[in-house]
Ligand binder design. Structure first.
Ligand code: SAH
Length: 343
């Protein structure tokens, strides 16, 4: 069976090229062609030697997930439904910010975490995405942007906040990150990539040893363990204190923060007492708090707090001297906001 070109990080590709004696620069050139120039077929280029073309043709395929549907919101958010080779689908979202976009990628078909507030969780877990399916989401979304919005097609950030728990698919996520960072290719800066986790401790433990220096976001959502157990069932297995201790041990680069996402749900975790507990927990950490108003979906059981209550919560946290943002919801109209992805 042929291997996907998009499953190889630069070191692996260089090794293949060396072993096959394809020429010193071929790996760099291929990375430039497929990632920087976003070309899908290597055979259209005159730079490829006959020998290299033959080898690539025999051993590699260059398939990407296919865009099946595109939904565009008036706030310029774009949601893609991608079809994968086995007929499964995942969603990817482009979130606009000041003329640039953040790409929100999926890491799994469905999700095994079963969080009570998340639409993706209601569909259960089907399978992990392969590296090429993660990388392909970004390349295809970028291609769509340059074809359809040529005047504002720049990418700002990449976040692993789509469907799935990225750390539950550690190997493929790690390799995609390595590919995104590679200089001859997409050449994304490490601080432009964020991986968000529900607190999957085995993945965080590996992160400490193996993950390139990208940003960590933890979906915290509650300090009280009964409430967190209700919201994020894996909290019963991976205790919040252990999760936080593990995150504390991951070295942080200068001027970087760990983002703590806190979902705001009316009458569940939105009181000023909750805000104080959150403030005390994070006070001595290099924390950036991102408050996310709950986004409803069909048959969801929670409600979003009213604006006054969210504002009071935010001010209370600011009293602890911590940076806090209250996330504005984008893409709500096309079910593309946080927690609304389900196929
Ligand atoms: N599994 C990872 C990646 C998903 S990120 C994680 O849990 O972090 C998606 C973010 O959206 C998470 O912070 C998640 O908690 C949040 N989210 C999920 N459902 C939501 C909803 N209905 N409204 C608002 N945010 C939601």
């Amino acid at each position: 069976m042929k291997q996907s070109f998009y499953s190889l990080n630069f070191t692996e590709l260089s090794q293949v090229c060396r072993e096959q004696d394809l020429g010193r620069e071929v790996a760099s050139w291929l990375y430039n062609w497929h990632y920087k120039q976003n070309q899908q077929s290597p055979f259209q280029s005159p730079r490829l030697s006959k020998k290299a073309a033959e080898f690539l043709g025999n051993h590699f395929e260059f398939q990407r997930p296919e865009i099946q549907e595109v939904h565009q919101a008036t706030d310029r958010t774009v949601k893609f439904l991608f079809q994968l080779a086995d007929g499964r689908s995942v969603e990817t979202v482009l979130i606009p910010f000041q003329g640039k976009y953040t790409a929100c990628l999926s890491s799994q078909v469905g999700c095994a975490m079963n969080c009570s507030f998340c639409y993706t969780g209601t569909q259960g877990f089907t399978r992990n995405l392969k590296t090429q399916e993660i990388v392909g989401q970004l390349l295809e979304a970028k291609r769509w942007l340059s074809d359809n919005r040529p005047n504002d097609c720049r990418l700002l950030n990449v976040v692993f906040m789509g469907q799935g728990e990225p750390l539950h698919n550690f190997d493929a996520v790690k390799k995609s990150v390595e590919i995104f960072l590679t200089q001859n290719g997409l050449s994304l800066a490490d601080h432009k990539i964020t991986i968000s986790t529900a607190g999957y401790l085995p993945g965080l433990m590996r992160w400490r040893e193996e993950m390139p220096t990208v940003n960590i976001a933890l979906s915290l959502h509650a300090v009280d363990s009964d409430v967190r157990n209700e919201l994020i069932p894996i909290n019963r297995k991976y205790d919040l204190n252990e999760v936080l201790n593990c995150i504390d041990e991951i070295p942080l680069q200068d001027k970087r923060f760990v983002t703590f996402e806190y979902l705001m749900i009316a009458d569940l975790n939105d009181s000023t007492t909750d805000a104080k507990a959150l403030g005390s927990l994070l006070q001595n950490r290099r924390a950036f708090i991102n408050l996310i108003p709950f986004n409803p979906f069909p048959n969801s059981r929670y409600k979003r707090p009213d604006d006054g209550r969210m504002q009071a919560f935010k001010e209370c946290l600011e009293g602890f001297g911590m940076p806090v943002t209250l996330r504005t919801t984008k893409g709500d109209a096309i079910l593309a906001a946080c927690g609304q992805l389900k196929v």
